[in-house]
Design a protein around this ligand. Sequence first.
Ligand code: GDP
Length: 538
Amino acid sequence: MSKTDTKTKQQQEIIEEAKRRRTFAIISHPDAGKTTLTEKLLLYGGAIHEAGSIRQRKANRYAASDWMAIEKDRGISVTSSVLRFEKDDIKFNLLDTPGHKDFSEDTLRTLVAADTALMVIDVAKGVEEQTEKLFEVCKMREIPIITFVNKCDRPGLEPLEVISNIENQLGIEAVPASWPLGYGRDFQGIYDLIGKELHLQKKEEHGAKKAETEVYDLEEGIEASHLSDYDKEKFREEVLLTEDMMDMMDEEAFLNGKATPVFFGSALNNFGLDVFLEYFSELANPPQPYADENQEDRDLDRGFSGFVFKMQANMNPDHRDCAAFIRITSGKFERNIEVTESNTGQKVKMSTPHTLMGDERNILEEAYPGDVVSLFNPGSFRIGTTIYSDDPVKFDVIPLFTPEHFMKCSTKDPFKRKQLREGLKQLAEEGVVHVFEVPNGVGNELLLGTVGALQFDVVEHRMKTEYNTELHMNSVSYHAARWLSDDPDVMDKLKSSYSTHVTKDMEGHPIVLFDSGYALNQAEDKVGAENLFKFKQS
Ligand code: GDP
C-alpha cells in the first residue's frame, strides 16, 4: 500500500471517530440540578448502574475551605474531570464546569472546548444570572444550545411561561421538543413532540434506577394518565399548539445557537430523561473544525493538534504538580506522540496523558477530535497554548473575560514586593487572575480582578504556598471592567469622566474600570458599546 493510501485510511478513521463524539458542557445556575442531571446522564448512558455516588461527593464541596481541602487531598481530580460515557456507539465527553460558588473564568473557558452547551433551567426560577453569563460565551462562539427544564415535579412556571422566559431573557428562539404531562405534584410523564409518543413514568425509589416507563400514543396515554378531565383537555391544547414547532425549527439557527430545543423533565425522578438523551445525541454537534489564528478552518483530518483550555495546579504544597487539559482539534492522538508547542517551539513527548473519569485515572492510548487529554507537568504550557505533531498550526481561541470582582492587593512584608509581582505575573499568565496597576496618588498599587469571588482565595493560597508571600487584600467597589479599542478618541472621552478609571492590564492593553452600572451605561452611550469589550482574544 502506498503512503497516500495509508494516509487516506487514517484520515477516514479520524473523520469517522470524530462523528461519533459529542463534547458538551452544562450551563446552569447553582441548584438548578446540574450535578443530579450529570449523574442521571451517566445512569441512562450506562456508565453507572445506580445513582447516588456523585451527590455524596458533592455534599463535601459547598464551602470554599472544603474545596481547597479536597483539592489538597486528592490532587487535581475534583474540579477537573471530564466525564466520558458511551451509548449506542456515540461517545459523550461531558466537560465538567466547576459548579456552585466557585464560578470562575475556568467555567467560562471550558465552553470554548465544547461543541454543544446543555442549558439546565429550574422550572420555578427560569433563566438565572450565572446561566446568562455562560450563555454569553455560547453566543460569542455560536454553538448549539440544548435546553433541559428541570424539577418539573415541583410547582413552578407553566411550560409556556418557561418558553417565553427563555426567549425574553436570552433573546433566542425556544422550541418545545418534549412537553410535560401534568406538572408539580401531578407530573406523570413526557410527551415526545419529535417521535410523537407519550411516556408515562413512575419514580423508582430515590430515583436511583431508571424510571419505569410505559409508552403510548397520545390519546391512549392521556386516557391512561391520572390527570383530571380539565387538565387532560389543557394538555391536548398545549400539544396541539406545540407539536409542529420542532419540525419547523430552523436548523441553521439551532446550529448557530439562535434557537434552542427545549426538553422538560425531572432529573431527580428520572422523568423525561430517556427521551432527552435519545435526542440529545442526535441534536448535539459532533466536533467542528476550529479556526486558526488566520481565521482558516483546521480540518479535523489534518495532523494532530489541540489547545490547552484549562490548567489545574495541585493545591498540595509538597507536589507542585500541574495538569494541562487539551482539547483535540484535529488528527489522531497516540500515546508517546511528540508535539511542538507553537509559541516556544519546545518539543514535548506526550508520554503520560490521562483521561479522567470520575476519580479513576486511565492512561489514554489514543484519542480523536473532540476528546480531551490531560498532561501532567506540562512545562511551559499555558491556557491557550496550541500544540501540534507535524502539521504546524496556531489557534487563538481562548478569550479573556472581563473581571467582575476586584481587590486591592499588597504584601504584608515590604521586602517581598518582588516575589509579589513575580508570583502575580505567573498567576496572571496561567489565567488565574487579572492584574492591573492603578495610580493611588503617591505611586501605583496593584489591583486584582477575577470572574468569581472564590478565585481570590486561590490567589492568596497559591501566593503563600508557592511564593512564600502573604497577601493583604482590601475590597474596592468597582462594578465592572471593559477592554477598550485602540482608538485614542475613545480613551480621551472616558478619561474625562469622573466615575470611570482608565488603566492597563499586565500586557499593556487599555482597560476601563467603572464605579457603577450607571457609569458603564453612560460610557456605552458616550463611546458606543461596540468600543467596549467584554471578551478579549488573548
Ligand atoms: P447543582 O447545584 O446545579 O449541581 O444542583 P444539584 O444537582 O445539586 O441539585 C440541587 C438541589 O435540587 C438538590 O437538593 C437536588 O436534590 C434537587 N433537585 C435536582 N433535580 C431535581 C428535580 O428534578 N426535582 C426536584 N424536586 N429536586 C431536584
